[in-house]
Design a protein around this ligand. Structure first.
Ligand SMILES: Nc1ncnc2c1ncn2[C@@H]1O[C@H](COP(=O)(O)OP(=O)(O)O)[C@@H](O)[C@H]1O
Ligand SMILES: [Mg+2]
Length: 271
């Protein structure tokens, strides 16, 4: 059996309270979450707002320490309680995060080409941050080399998200986590970016973890998924099976609450 690209075991994240008023209590954002994703596979994490999806993403990408549990990337343990800063940095390189808002990873004052060159040299310090490398990254995400000197603000929302994806690819990651990355885009642009992500998986073999509250999107972009509720996994398995016959009442409610789908498995799968 080949090793999974990502193996998460018993992931738990508790945020300490601020000590002021209502926020003084600690928050158990993620509790005992486990899942595995095969190399090159398409995985999704679904759940309503506040269910802990972004916290899982941030733990995967090395932006948070873990309260408990472990994360393995290609069989190498890169996070656990007491994981070192070096492990966290390595995790951050191997698992890249693309946010809903591209400005979370792009500096508005930095031209596109310079942002990509910086990402390349950060993760691949051997002087590979040439213009050729930048142009090749742009091409991989379907953008023209002409935008190399442009600032993010002059680009369209779809173009900006493509630049954010290029920036993630610059690290040469094992996996990319897309946290609601197409939620803010128009439907037609959304479809184009989803196609790009599918192409990258097929051509580069990059493992993709798609986080969304939108089940129509999830049905398009994942083969397996977990459903999260209040920080816990309530359902896990093949996406088409879960969407066609959800076994947990929460998943059933989630599917029923999608206005343009309703709970009609036939219709949902035909999308
Ligand atoms: N930095 C933080 N400090 C305190 N609580 C947090 C922090 N980040 C997230 N939370 C809490 O953790 C829970 C899960 O949040 P989140 O992971 O953002 O969920 P989702 O992405 O599914 O909407 C929420 O109750 C949220 O308020
Ligand atoms: Mg979120």
């Amino acid at each position: 059996m080949p090793e999974p690209a990502i193996a998460v075991e018993g992931l738990t994240k508790v945020f300490a309270g601020s000590g002021i008023g209502r926020r003084s209590a600690e928050t158990v954002a993620v509790s005992d979450v486990s899942f595995e994703v095969d190399a090159g596979a398409a995985f999704a994490i679904v759940g309503e707002s506040g269910s802990g999806k972004t916290t899982v993403a941030r733990c995967l990408a090395g932006l948070e320490t873990l309260t408990n549990g472990t994360i393995e990337v290609c069989g190498e343990r890169l996070a656990g309680t007491g994981s070192s800063r070096a492990e966290r940095l390595r995790r951050a390189r191997m698992i890249q995060l693309v946010f809903q808002d591209p400005y979370q990873s792009l500096d508005p004052r930095q031209p596109v080409g310079s942002a990509l060159a910086e990402a390349i040299s950060l993760h691949r310090p051997k002087g590979e941050a040439t213009e050729k490398a930048v142009v090749s990254l742009l091409e991989r995400v379907g953008l023209s080399a002409k935008i190399i000197d442009s600032y993010p603000r002059v680009l369209s929302g779809g173009q900006r998200q493509r630049v954010a994806i290029a920036r993630a690819l610059a690290a040469g990651p094992e996996a990319i986590v897309f946290d609601e990355s197409v939620s803010a885009l128009d439907v037609s642009i959304q479809a184009q970016v989803l196609n790009l992500i599918a192409d990258l998986r097929e051509s580069d073999g990059v493992t993709t973890i798609f986080i969304s509250h939108d089940l129509a999107v999830v049905s398009q972009v994942s083969d397996t998924m977990i459903v999260m509720r209040r920080g816990e996994v309530v359902e896990a398995g093949a996406t088409d099976e879960i969407l066609a016959s959800p076994s947990h009442p929460y998943t059933q409610r989630l599917i029923a609450s999608v206005p343009h789908i309703g709970w009609d498995p036939e219709k949902l799968l035909a999308q």
